[in-house]
Design a binder for this molecule. Structure first.
Ligand SMILES: C[S@@+](CC[C@H](N)C(=O)[O-])C[C@H]1O[C@@H](n2cnc3c(N)ncnc32)[C@H](O)[C@@H]1O
Length: 327
């Protein structure tokens, strides 16, 4: 499957899970695809439903995609803008990044948002208490060299075409409002922030909100999938077995890097929870029993990593089973 990567970056982006999610919903019928937490939109843009309602509490994400939809932002405009601003970045030895950041925090222009997303440190998205973008510069004055500008321009072009071909509505709103707008014939892909992970102005999450989300989804009678994590080497996500107790569980292993070093890899089991049986899901009670009996938590085929990584993963699994679950 060819994955269309959106031009906007964020730490919670599900690019690596898109194929898995897509394959799990391929056979399912629905009238409208709904995402209360669209983020970068990578999931919807790759599932490519005919009709979609895509929402987020972060106004900048919604403004950006609305601007693409009404042709205020096109690939041509992006190319010119990034060439021009990229040149200023280079000439100012990087200082121009902070000029754009200040300008963006005052006026919220979608092109400035794109510029910051692609030249900030590690492609992070983080806002301070006043809602101001506060990620520092990636410290590469020549960031917008031709190859990157072409890549971003192509990403904008692809996403514009996907949006143009679909019947998509983008809304800046809280998930509570999106829950109120659900119809039972909708399919909801829900990817809320993880509880207690990154907390910023547009992106914090509590147990209370997790419960409200669960109740809203269940009461809507829609089919739904929720993205979350099942476990890492230190702990298990207990909400899977409490708040989401009625859901089927599918899991996939995923490595993430700590501090950017190859050696600092940690494994996490990503989970899809759903009120319908997915291609590779098992029941919640079966997953619970697997964990209790130290059996594998993987419901999909393990990936073939090179040997050292595979050994680390196996070691982590057995250490985890022996030390953590047998408490
Ligand atoms: C994990 S990210 C979604 C990532 C997305 N699936 C992707 O692949 O890019 C969670 C999103 O939820 C949004 N969000 C946080 N709190 C929200 C709320 N109360 N209502 C609606 N959206 C919210 C954040 O702005 C963020 O974009």
């Amino acid at each position: 499957m060819k994955i269309f990567v959106p031009p906007i970056k964020s730490q919670g982006i599900k690019t690596k899970l898109v194929e898995w999610i897509s394959s799990n919903v391929k056979e399912t019928s629905y009238d409208r695809w709904v995402e209360p937490f669209m983020g970068t939109g990578v999931v919807a843009f790759n599932v490519r439903p005919k009709k979609a309602l895509l929402c987020d509490s972060n106004p900048h994400l919604i403004n950006f995609y609305k601007a693409i939809q009404n042709n205020e932002v096109t690939s041509g405009i992006v190319k010119n803008f990034l060439n021009q601003e990229g040149q200023k970045l280079l000439e100012s030895e990087g200082k121009h990044y902070y000029v754009v950041r200040e300008r963006f925090n005052e006026f919220g222009n979608p092109l400035d948002f794109l510029f910051l997303s692609r030249s900030c440190f590690n492609g992070m998205m983080r806002f301070n208490k006043k809602g101001g973008f506060n990620v520092p510069f990636c410290k590469k004055p020549n960031r917008f060299a031709q190859a990157l500008v072409t890549k971003i321009t192509n990403q904008v072009e692809n996403i514009s075409q996907i949006i143009e071909l679909g019947d998509y509505e983008f809304k800046h709103q809280d998930f509570n409002q999106t829950l109120l707008e659900l119809k039972s014939s909708d399919f909801v892909y829900s990817d809320p922030p993880y509880i207690g992970r990154h907390v910023d102005y547009f992106d914090s999450w509590s147990e209370e909100e997790e419960i409200i989300l669960n109740k809203g989804l269940v009461n809507s009678k829609c089919k739904f999938i929720l993205s979350t994590w099942l476990s890492n080497k230190y702990r298990t996500n207990d909400y899977v077995f409490s708040v989401w107790e009625e859901c089927f569980v599918a899991t996939k292993e995923h490595f993430y890097h700590v501090g950017g070093k190859e050696t600092n890899r940690n494994a996490v089991y990503e989970a899809l929870l759903s009120n319908i049986k997915l291609k590779d899901s098992i029941s919640n009670s079966e997953m619970k029993s697997r964990i209790k009996n130290d059996k594998s938590q993987l419901t999909t085929k393990p990936k073939n990593y090179d040997l050292p990584i595979q050994l680390t993963l196996t070691l982590e699994e057995s250490r985890f089973a022996n030390n953590v679950y047998k408490k």
